[in-house]
Design a protein around this ligand. Sequence first.
Ligand SMILES: [Zn+2]
Length: 316
Amino acid sequence: MIDQSQGRWLLGRDPQPFEGRVLGRHRPCNDDSPPISRARIDLRQLLPPWLLGAALLVSPALGLTEAPVIRVENEAAVPAAELESILQDFRAWATRVYRYNHADPGPVTLRLTRKVPFGFYQGESVIMPPSADRWEMRDNWVHELTHHATGHDSSFFFKEGIAVHTLEALFAEEGRVPATWPQFGQRTDAWVSLYLARGQLMKLSEALGWEHYRGDTADNDFRSWQIYNLAGSFVGWYVGHYGYDAFRTAFNAEWPAQDSAELERAWLAAILEKKLALFDPAAVLPKNKRYDEYARRLSVGAPHGRESRAWPAPTK
Ligand SMILES: [Zn+2]
């Protein structure tokens, strides 16, 4: 993760969040500086990449003329058979990601390394650790590959929103809800319902203008995390309401064409209509200081934050 404001980057799902470290499973999507140390870069340059995935297949039904090309840097020394299994799996998911996003990007490099705790997208590379849990790997892969499909040129809100939404939408086709950060097994709409009910939902206009992940204070860390779920929910609604092409226009402009207050009203009305059950955030978030603080902000009886809203709470 990159803290652009301080030129620092830090990794770690659960490190000390308020000591200038930048947090989050994801995702520096502005890649001005690498989430790896200089020493690691130098080491990497000494290791010739193991190129795989160059074989081309024809997939006319998908609107792609070739199967997604995945180049591999197997720094983690994943055994060949396992690596081939991962690649076969990842090519199939890449086809779905590109199709969902009407994209046919160039080759992507998959860099498997144990030096990162979760996925990043940098340059044209997805950098992620191997895992015995293939769904966890797919979770990382689909999110980060969506950044490859949609590109670097948009806002924090739209880049993360489409990545979270694409993952949620494709996993939903498998009857799954992403289990790791930022959703932790809850739908983005359910998180938004909870933010609303607890008076903790950011204004859409503020979220749209949020520049990048901010981990400098507990409040900014919480808000930055919230934007992943908020933006994932909003982008899903926006794509469903206006279509993918309109979304893409908003993505490119880094702001929707419509009035943001009107959009917020319609989006939240659609969520409230679903009457989603509230859940206990402490029961789904990881157990440590960082997430204890998230849960405290979202618990019943917590003082309303600065974003306290007049929206009615869901009925259950
Ligand atoms: Zn991301």
